[in-house]
Write a protein that binds this ligand. Structure first.
Ligand SMILES: Nc1ncnc2c1ncn2[C@@H]1O[C@H](COP(=O)(O)OP(=O)(O)OP(=O)(O)O)[C@@H](O)[C@H]1O
Ligand SMILES: [Mg+2]
Length: 250
């Protein structure tokens, strides 16, 4: 069973950036096979990892809803969805990416959500690590579309608003009874040492503090993949060390 690492936090704090860097570190340290899951309907994880999205789970489900006759007669609907999802996985160099996308169809998402949960439950068994980039906010936690999370990494900036959002995520995780092994906090784009008083009582263990990285800013401005970051980049190196508390967490 793979280790599921899920990123959460307020909008624009660095969830996608950190998810992509985790994938790169797992790959380059040869820690095991890794699937990156973009669970944000406003998808951009594949792009940040330098891959093109072929198809999203949502587009497959929408397609199936409007063309129910496309399910082969000798195959059940769930088996067909599973097959189509396998073909939607974009393959990178020693990592895979699955994009959930935004369902377009009208009405109830229950079926979509159930299908996502089933698919995730099966995929987790095929990889050593699954890194999930979630949308901002709390929706994904209560919908539980991404299934079991082992390590929750909440990303925040150093602002009171960002840290309040982080606290809400930690509280909701507990209220929902999500059985994570560890809930970490990363304070990103923080130029000074973090005031410990500000993070006391968040029920999150501080994984680390990262500052604004001009190299990341430059790649983002030009729409380049984070695989273009230099091997000795400070953020990459710092996260590689901080990640030891994630990879070896039982
Ligand atoms: N440590 C950093 N140094 C410099 N730029 C950063 C850093 N972390 C994130 N960024 C930049 O900040 C912007 C927002 O980051 P990112 O997209 O990762 O946030 P997000 O939490 O995924 O946002 P959203 O909630 O919209 O999905 C991006 O342009 C990214 O390149
Ligand atoms: Mg994002």
């Amino acid at each position: 069973m793979g280790q599921v690492i899920a990123l959460a936090g307020k909008g624009g704090t660095g969830k996608t950036t950190l998810a992509a860097l985790f994938v790169r570190i797992i790959k380059e340290k040869k820690l095991g096979s890794v699937l990156a899951v973009d669970a944000d309907p406003n998808s951009n994880l594949a792009e940040v990892l330098g891959l093109e999205i072929k198809e999203s789970i949502s587009s497959i489900l929408d397609d199936l809803a409007s063309h129910p006759q496309s399910v082969p007669v000798n195959m059940g609907k769930d088996a067909f969805i599973e097959y189509r999802v396998q073909t939607a996985i974009a393959e990178g160099d020693n990592f895979d990416v699955l994009t959930m996308g935004r369902p377009e169809g009208p009405g109830c998402y229950c079926y979509v959500n159930n299908a996502l949960r089933n698919v995730m439950g099966k995929l987790v068994k095929d990889y050593d690590f699954v890194v999930i980039d979630n949308e901002a906010g709390l929706e994904h936690l209560s919908r539980r579309t991404t299934g079991q999370t082992d390590i929750l990494v909440v990303v925040s900036d150093a602002t009171v608003v960002g840290l309040k959002a982080a606290k809400r995520i930690a509280v909701l995780t507990r209220e929902l009874g999500l059985k994570t092994k560890k809930d970490f906090l990363v304070v990103n784009r923080c130029e000074k040492a973090i005031d410990k008083e500000k993070i006391r009582g968040l029920s999150l263990e501080l994984l680390g503090v990262l500052s604004t990285d001009p190299e990341i800013e430059g790649l983002s401005l030009d729409g380049h993949s984070l695989f273009k970051l230099n091997n000795n980049n400070v953020t990459l190196t710092a996260l590689g060390k901080l990640g030891d508390r994630i990879w070896h967490c039982n």
